[in-house]
Design a protein around this ligand. Sequence first.
Ligand SMILES: Cc1cc2nc3c(=O)[nH]c(=O)nc-3n(C[C@H](O)[C@H](O)[C@H](O)COP(=O)(O)OP(=O)(O)OC[C@H]3O[C@@H](n4cnc5c(N)ncnc54)[C@H](O)[C@@H]3O)c2cc1C
Length: 510
Amino acid sequence: MKFYKDHYDVIVIGGALAGLSSALMLADKGLDVLVLERHNLPGGLATSFVRGGVEIEATLHEMMSIGNKGNRLKVGQFLDDMGVDVDWLEVPEAYHASIPDVEVTLHPGFERFSKEIDAVCPGTYDKVNRLMKLCLSVYNSVNELSIHPMSKVQMLLKHEAFVKTAGYSAKEVIDTFELPQKAIDLLSPYWIYVGGPLSTLPFTIWAFLMADYIGYGSKVPRKFSHELSLKMAEKAEAMGVQIEYRQHVDKILVKDGKAYGVRTRRGDEIYADYVICSAYPNKVYTSMIEPASEVPEKAFKVVNGRQLSLSAFTVFLLLDKEAKELGIKDYNVFRAKTMDTDKIFENYKGLGPYNYLTAICLNLANPGCTPEGTTILSITALPRVDAWKKVSGEDYDKVKHEVAKAMVEEMSEYYGVNLLDHALEVIIETPMTIAHYTSMWNGCIYGYLHDMKDHIVARLQTAEEEKIIDHLEFSGAHQISGNGMGPAVTNGRKAAKNVLDSIAKEKERA
Ligand SMILES: Cc1cc2nc3c(=O)[nH]c(=O)nc-3n(C[C@H](O)[C@H](O)[C@H](O)COP(=O)(O)OP(=O)(O)OC[C@H]3O[C@@H](n4cnc5c(N)ncnc54)[C@H](O)[C@@H]3O)c2cc1C
């Protein structure tokens, strides 16, 4: 019996959230799909690892766009529709801001959030609440437009707030509300989830983030992000998708400007009408297209015109006591030496010590996630990729341990306890770990930087022109919806929709 069929409708490269979302949506429409994943497990970054006999969430802090049963948001609804039944747990708060001159815990819900900021910055309730409502309006528009692009005139008629604010940075729009700096600082911590300083981050992106996380709160799967990816893979297989692990795709086969298959590292040539690829366009255009002569000059212009966004550096500490015994009270702490996001962004260009950290204690959302009497704490900084690329093999261990040590010391100071005295396991994840584990370009987890020169609105408008090779679609953080697990699902759906639209068009033409 042959291992692969002679032909598939679609080959998906990468069996993580984006790729699996594409596969689910296409299988649901009756297409014959093959997923090729280089690792021996599905999920990519949506995974966990085991140390000292304890399973540990590898990445997820909080997932957006899920919503509650009966009132699902975009991603939650898609998963429900596909029959991917995940046990979602609510994250108990938005964040604790441990920033210069303020210590406060803020909760989701526009009303509550605005009141809590007002308690620290009296007189700001109305303005913050209005700003959040503006964010919600933009959020609703982006959700619609990311799936159903429309003409500029239609956009103006239907999405006024979105159009009016689209040309401005988050800072510029926030400034029009004339809030005191302390309130702005309290509104800023989530910037890190999209990776651009507020001065250059399009308001559209910031608004989306705030409306989703503050408006609806966030979730985590009881059995970690791997519950999500495993269940997606199981469901896809149940729907007839063939998933093959340990199959690294080396080449995408192209003839006369059109993709027609792939070649794996093992040497298998597999054919399909369409290819959907999770690898970054940078990787694809520089080394995956065969023959290389099929890559037009324009492809390099598109990728070189974009800046890579952030990677991640995380220290995981499995601790020998319950969270409350260690003074850990909040699920998510943003600890900053400054809330000037330009300064933080600059600091992230280097190798530390980092001036902006986030610490997650998963036990506070998911009490059974570690054995009784223990706690898992992850401390993360999100550096840019360039400095890490320059670290030599010889220096790597030294640099990694120095950066990790400074991060643990900073959070030890915050909690008032020497965390290392309680550490049963210490695990360090660097941009190199991420590059090695997922093959993501330079370990970049956030795709391309969103800034005012490379704005989501422009990306929506130029998406068609940026289709360089026919029948080749991309899905992953590098696509329009950007980074994060929720957006990965949306990007995967969008790639699948592009394939379905193209099939429909070609049928019409035939
Ligand atoms: C420390 C950390 C914390 C994070 N926290 C959050 C959070 O709180 N909330 C959130 O929403 N997101 C978070 N993220 C980001 C989130 O994990 C990712 O954005 C998302 O999981 C990306 O999914 P993906 O499918 O686009 O890509 P990936 O998960 O990167 O997967 C790509 C897949 O493609 C495979 N692949 C690549 N090249 C090939 C090839 N040539 N052949 C075959 N297979 C290939 C890889 O093996 C991998 O499985 C975090 C990430 C990190 C690192």
